[in-house]
Write a protein that binds this ligand. Sequence first.
Ligand SMILES: [Zn+2]
Length: 370
Amino acid sequence: MRMLRGYLELRGTILFRLPLLLLLVSVGRTRASSGDRSEDFSGCLANCRASGCAFLSAQATKGAKGSTCIPDCIPPASGEAGEGGAESKLLTTAWELRALRWTCNSECKYQCMVQREAAKTGAAPEKYYGKWPFKRVLGAQEPASLLLSLLNLLAHAYGLLSLRRTVARLPLVEGRAAYPYTGLWHLYAIFNINAWLWSAVFHARDCKVTEQLDYYSAVALLGFSLIVALIRALGLRTEAAQVTVSAPIIGFTTTHIFALMTFIDDYSWNMKVCLTMGALQLGTWAIWGVRSRHPSLLKLLVAILGVAGATALEVFDFPPYFGVFDAHSLWHAATVPLVLLWWSWVNDDARYVAQKALKGKDVAEKGKTS
Ligand SMILES: [Zn+2]
């Protein structure tokens, strides 16, 4: 769950994150951008770190010199400006900034970005540390992507509830549930909800910890989604068969995440791993759907193609409209209906499998009586 944005960000759902992955871009973002490399930004940042006030040079603002002072970061008169530790001081005067753990350093970066962009006259927005200059809302760095990540989360929760309702209405076949994959879809929903939660947190506040949790959650989601695709496509109903298919993927995925947490610092490797898992999953669903002539094949294919189409938004990677809606946030918006469509397909699949099981039972009983 962000790529052509300068790096690849892994987010989205498996299926629905796949596009991201496909372009991907994302697993290692380029931190330096033209905005933060500029001299006027660097000067502003140095001033802010030393004095607690963000201001551009007179030249940068064409004489309209302004200054934004951060009360928490202004050194006491008797103190020594720029002392070590001051940059990491947490802000305390605004509850939303305190809650999201904004520090003097991150606040200085934000205020200098705002000042530099405001001082531009007609020039295009520039990226800072790999991100467009978004307007912060209640302390959240990317408010649109944050809210839309939560909408995706709710869409998965709703999808799971809809499946539970559908399965509850299905008749038992020989005393057993007619749809044997309900438990699997429960776990699938949990992995998605977890991934979208950390996606929302990361969009609220981009820092090392939130970035890693977002990436690890996305990798785990990709791994589990591949397991779901293989188990459903291969029609594995017994625990032994499901474990046989799942074990190597779980082993690989956990090892990969552990490696990312410890000694692998090469995000291009992570990108290749995610691309491969995403492609395998997508290919599995598409090939199986067509070969099995699934009655809801159209929904399945529309979901897959919809993801591909929505991904184009990421490719364009345009700056945020109104300082809020960039290509990435619109991609998150596009995945919400696709998630609902996906769960609608899962519901159809449950009814389809149950129907086949009942037909098979009827045929068997007729055979016994004839
Ligand atoms: Zn995102």
